[in-house]
Every structure is written in structure tokens, then in C-alpha cells.
Design a protein around this ligand. Structure first.
Ligand SMILES: [Mg+2]
Length: 188
């Protein structure tokens, strides 16, 4: 069987939402990045957890999944965010830029139709903070139809935790993970 894709969101997963008082978790470090199409004096501040790099590399090096960015950062995920976590370059789903005012314009995550077309009949583990019940139904139907499908949904105010990746590894191997890895600091 071909390797499952591991689809990775960024906002609400690697970059947590700020708390009501505007703070981010103390585990995260501030970076100013300039997304494609913006000028250097129009940088965007992001908060990233340096421990996420080694945690993700642990899964990537396992050879159990094929990592793919699936985020409105699009190519900037590969060129800006990944390198800050010492991640190698990997593909991204080239999502469109729909004129929508909600992330669930049809009751489910706006990315899903594009993802559905992109992954075709491939197995997938998808980490995103913004699934709805309809997305869960889509995943359950896909899985029941013989295409392994796992949705993992972090709390957007906390973001990705080691147990989320342990869930992916367990799903990909059918076995529990004995060592979820340590929260090492990324060093590129
Ligand atoms: Mg998100």
C-alpha cells in the first residue's frame, strides 16, 4: 500500500491562536516573516514552538507517511514556516484563495473539496484545527469505504501536542507509540 499523506495545517496547529489577552504560549518563540507578495516592511509576526520541528521530523523520518502542507500559507509554508522549525522542504496543496467570510461556507472546512481532489483515493491523516461534524462524516465514510482516513484536530489556542503525532503514528502502524519523543529544541 502506498504511504498515507500527512496533511499539516499551520494556523491553529503550529501557530496557536492568541489568548483573549493577546498572549501566546510561553513555549512559542516570536518570528517576523514576510509572506510572498508582501514588502519587507510589511512583515507578519508568528509564534512557533521550536519543539515542533523535532516532533515532526520524528514522524517524517519514520517513513510511515508523506508530509504535505495544507494551509492558507500555501508555498510560504515550505519557504518560510518550515525552515524556522528546521523542517526540510516538502510539498504543499496549492489551495485557491476563495472569497469567503467563514472557513465553513458549506458547513465543512473550505479546504476539503480541494484536498479531496488532490489526494484522490490515497489514505490520509489530516491535522487541522477547524474540522466540523460534516468533515468527520466525510472521513468516516472514506474510512469505511476502505480508504484509511484520520482527522486530528488540535485545540487552536494550544496547537499541536506530542499526542497528536503519537495518534498519527499509531494509526499508521497499528501500534501504540512507546516513545513519543522528547521536546527537544530544533537546531538547524
Ligand atoms: Mg487552521
Amino acid at each position: 500500500m502506498r504511504l498515507p499523506y500527512l496533511l499539516l495545517d499551520i494556523d491553529g496547529v503550529l501557530i496557536p491562536f492568541p489568548a483573549a489577552i493577546g498572549t501566546s504560549p510561553p513555549t512559542h518563540a516570536r518570528h517576523d516573516v514576510v509572506p510572498a507578495g508582501r514588502s519587507a516592511d510589511d512583515a507578519v509576526t508568528v509564534w512557533l514552538n521550536p519543539a515542533h520541528g523535532p516532533l515532526l521530523m520524528d514522524v517524517i523520518r519514520s517513513g510511515l507517511v508523506t508530509p504535505v502542507w495544507c494551509t492558507s500559507w500555501r508555498q510560504d509554508a515550505t519557504t518560510l514556516i518550515g525552515p524556522l522549525l528546521c523542517l526540510p522542504s516538502f510539498p504543499y496543496v496549492d489551495l485557491p484563495r476563495p472569497q469567503i467570510t467563514t472557513s465553513h461556507p458549506n458547513g465543512y472546512l473550505w479546504k476539503r473539496d480541494h484536498v479531496d481532489a488532490w489526494i484522490a483515493d490515497a489514505p490520509v491523516a489530516w491535522i487541522d484545527d477547524d474540522f466540523t461534524d460534516l468533515d468527520q462524516e466525510w472521513a468516516a465514510e472514506r474510512d469505511a469505504g476502505g480508504t484509511p482516513t484520520l482527522l486530528v484536530q488540535p485545540d487552536p489556542y494550544i496547537g499541536l501536542l506530542p499526542e497528536h503525532l503519537a495518534t498519527v503514528r499509531k494509526w499508521a502502524t497499528g501500534k501504540p507509540l512507546h516513545d513519543a519523543g522528547t521536546a527537544a529544541t530544533a537546531r538547524c
